[in-house]
Design a protein around this ligand. Structure first.
Ligand code: ADP
Ligand code: NA
Length: 333
């Protein structure tokens, strides 16, 4: 009954990383060639759940749009827009705030991770409510598929719970139950400095991540200094068990080269990190340098980015607004 439709988003909250590229952007571009409608969003309303310098947020929003386009998201094939330009997201979020239960929000591990070691009482209400805004982002398009990294799985499951409760409470089949698409070897790229943390643009340590804008020397240096262990690479994937750092570097190679862990280890098994890390750096530079070059070109043409985002917002509104109106009508408004 629901048209297959893909929705996903990325926060314009700083430098996009190799984790965002492999876990999200690369897969977003691949989806648009599979014959389904694809809708991609720079989620600035999510970004402001933690403090953002206004000027920096403006710059980062254009920069993130450039990263989408440079990674292969084609604005003539996909809808690419900025969340705050489509007010249906915030409106739908309020409707869903009244459907979601406090107990469900209390179970969200991302909120707990983000306030860990800080005074949770001082977190914004928006940071706490973030998952119901994400549910609104998805449901206001009746999206059926959500390509995300492993870290977002719980939020997509919450979206399904909210959709089901709305449908149940109002006795309708109005919302679809969207599927998280968590695919490939890079669903959770880890920090280069700490194999237990995910690579994130919000990690203060720049050496922990590869930024899409890093130059070749920086990329080579970061991989050279990445944590590994004293053993050579194993001959097969089972040998990666219990070796988080080794597994992470092998996964990054596999995802960049579009091959399996086994194929990487067939080539590098038994070799040392002194061989593997430079090969990984070369591969990363080969894959990322066309992206950073294109991002630099787009950075010089902000008017073009604004035009693309403006057009994307119009297309997004045309889908979201009628769905929002119907949701309000179902609720008696
Ligand atoms: P970040 O966590 O870097 O601030 P976002 O929350 O904006 O990024 O996430 C944007 C998308 O990128 C999501 O689909 C998320 O799952 C994916 N993503 C973020 N970090 C990683 C990572 N280290 N590995 C794989 N996917 C990731
Ligand atoms: Na995240």
């Amino acid at each position: 009954k629901f048209t297959p439709r893909v929705f996903s988003g990325i926060q314009p909250s700083g430098n996009l990383t190799l984790g965002n590229y492999l876990g999200a952007l690369k897969r977003f571009a691949a989806k648009q060639d599979e014959g389904v409608e694809t809708i991609y969003c720079l989620v600035d309303l999510h970004a402001i759940t933690v403090w953002q310098e206004p000027e920096a947020l403006k710059r980062q929003t254009r920069e993130a749009a450039a990263a989408f386009i440079a990674s292969g998201v084609d604005p003539s094939k996909s809808i690419l827009f900025n969340q705050s330009q489509v007010s249906a997201h915030a409106e739908m979020a309020w409707l869903l705030n009244c459907v979601a239960r406090l107990g469900w929000m209390n179970r969200m591990t991302q909120f707990k991770d983000k306030v860990a070691g800080k005074n949770a009482e001082n977190a914004s209400l928006g940071l706490y409510a973030y998952p119901s805004l994400m549910a609104a982002d998805i449901l206001v398009y009746h999206a059926t598929m959500v390509p995300v990294g492993e870290d977002q799985k719980q939020h997509v499951e919450l979206t399904r719970d909210i959709a089901a409760k709305f449908n149940h409470d109002y006795g309708t089949e109005f919302f679809p139950s969207p599927e998280p698409l968590i695919e490939g070897t890079a669903t959770r790229v880890m920090s280069l400095k700490d194999g237990t943390k995910k690579m994130s643009k919000s990690d203060p340590a720049d050496a922990s991540r590869i930024n899409l804008t890093d130059d070749a020397d920086t990329i080579a240096k970061k991989f050279k200094r990445a944590v590994s262990d004293p053993e050579p690479l194993p001959e097969s994937a089972e040998g990666l068990t219990g070796r988080a750092e080794a597994k992470n570097l092998v996964n990054i190679y596999a995802a960049l080269a579009d091959v399996t862990q086994e194929q990487v280890l067939a080539e590098f098994g038994g070799k040392g990190w002194g061989v593997f890390k430079p090969a990984l750096a070369d591969l990363a530079v080969a894959k990322l340098s066309p992206i950073s070059t294109e991002m630099a070109r787009l950075r010089d043409d902000p008017a073009e980015i604004d035009r693309i985002l403006g057009r994307g917002a119009e297309q997004a509104r045309a889908i979201a607004q009628p769905i929002l109106e119907r949701a309000k009508d179902i609720m008696g408004m």
